[in-house]
Design a protein around this ligand. Sequence first.
Ligand code: NAD
Length: 261
Amino acid sequence: MRFAGKTAVVTGAASGIGKATCLRLAEEGATVIAADIDEEGGSELAATSNGKIFFKRTDVCNVAEIKALMDFAAEKTGGIDIVFNNAGAAGDRAPIDEIEPEGWDRTMDLLLRSVAMGIRYAVPHMKGRKGASIVNTASIAALGAGYSPSAYAVAKVGVLHLSKMAAAELAKFDIRVNAICPGFIKTNIFASALEVPADQRDAANAVIYEVANAAQPVKGGGNPEDIASMVAYLASSEARFITGTHMVVDGGITIGPRHSW
Ligand code: NAD
């Protein structure tokens, strides 16, 4: 019960990594404010949580809605201790020589401005809380070429540096800020990006995870719970000396291929 009496805000909470993290933080005692554009998924999560998880419909591309989310969390519980800025999707997948400016901007709004504004509007409610922690979802796409199209990767690089800058600027308020770089994690993100019909999602996912699995030193694939564990660690007092950095949770895929000679 590391988070008893604490309030956590989680975005992208209706599915995948966000959902697993809501469940993990609630299991360890937190009151969780779960935010997503998926009203059905978010409401279902809240309904089965024994009053530990509250859903607030929020589009993280809409700054007014992010502010309303943070204000709602603080009004409901008295303040915010943990923020997991996690909502996301693949964004515009066009290569750099084809992408339209609108697609670029939309991807930045979804994946980078959302995190900046999540921090911006949470912090007034985090000041004075002991050991507050912000965790942002970046990606291994921020660590090297080859894992995603340009816009997504650049936005996630932004999340890494934003996490460093925010850590430096917010340390005086006793707020730590870190990022996580997940590798290939079994969620809806790839099937959504490929826009495959619902009944073909599992098959589309299976192909992607098979390719990833072949390249990962740790076999069996990454699950949302693997990321939730890292969020819980970074949010806890066990990580009190960790700020302004990123944790890679990828089964070793970024080690790269091994060449024997
Ligand atoms: P997911 O599709 O299972 O979950 C993403 C959630 O974000 C969904 O519930 C979706 O409705 C929500 N969302 C999308 N746009 C939103 C918006 N504008 N406002 C609010 N909510 C919105 O995917 P996931 O894999 O759990 O993705 C979570 C985060 O992890 C994303 O930031 C993604 O970029 C990152 N990530 C995922 C992987 C992976 O392999 N799954 C790897 C690296 C990074």
